[in-house]
Design a protein around this ligand. Structure first.
Ligand code: PGA
Length: 225
């Protein structure tokens, strides 16, 4: 099976730029695009790619939740995946493991596959407390259902530093020991030069790509790597 390549555009690109990107992008069945939320409905209705939300609300039902976007909304826009618990949201918005678990459960209840992000800081790794930290983060963030886990060490996101194959492999094994059915993807400074090495790791199901996914030539190279 082809590895999943998840393009996380974060808060980048105007609507016209995103539309132009989608119009020029060749179709790859294993590509999942996570554009900014306001563009999702339009893009999903006009393009054949698989789309992903960058976050979902903790609220599931319709109601007075100004500004929130529920999993139900995304499903109605033909969105089949959602990133939950990205480290930027855990940090900026104070999202706890319990919040992440609620969001992930809302996804599953609406037939959306949650991509749950976990990852440790450099201090936690250097203090040799990362196994304990990631175990707790994962156990408390897991909903009841089928998930994708994105291992994204915080010290690797946007830094150009990529963990060794051994380090990634160790965390894949840890995740599998806690959830044997989970698919595991890696994220953090992925680009067209390092993607092949990472995808060669046994049991890895794909890559979560941030900044490199904003450059179409680079994204195509990653899809072809
Ligand atoms: P990066 O981001 O590829 O720019 O490091 C990855 C992510 O935050 O998902």
């Amino acid at each position: 099976m082809k590895p999943l390549i998840i393009a996380n555009w974060k808060m980048n690109l105007t609507f016209l730029e995103a539309r132009f990107f989608a119009e020029r992008m060749p179709h790859y069945p294993n590509l999942i695009i996570a554009p900014p939320t306001p563009y999702l409905g339009y893009l999903a209705h006009n393009h054949q790619f698989t789309f992903c939300a960058q976050d979902v609300s903790i609220y599931n039902d319709f109601g007075s939740y100004t500004g929130e976007n529920s999993a139900k909304f995304f499903k109605s826009c033909m969105v089949n995946y959602a990133i939950v618990g990205h480290t930027e949201r855990r940090k900026m918005c104070g999202e706890t493991n319990i919040i992440v678990q609620t969001k992930a459960q809302n996804c599953i209840d609406n037939d959306i596959t949650p991509i749950i992000c976990i990852g440790e800081t450099l201090d936690t790794r250097q203090d040799n407390k990362y196994i304990e930290f990631l175990t707790k983060q994962l156990k408390q963030s897991l909903p009841d259902g089928e998930v994708i886990i994105a291992y994204e060490p915080i010290w690797s996101i946007g830094t150009g530093i990529v963990p060794s194959i051994f380090q990634i492999r160790e965390i894949i094994d840890l995740i599998r020991s806690l959830d044997s059915k989970a698919r595991v993807v890696y994220g953090g400074s992925v680009n067209s030069k390092n993607c092949r090495n990472i995808l060669n790791i046994q049991d890895i199901s794909g890559l979560l790509v941030g900044s490199a996914s904003l450059n179409q030539d680079e994204l195509v190279k990653i899809l072809n790597c």
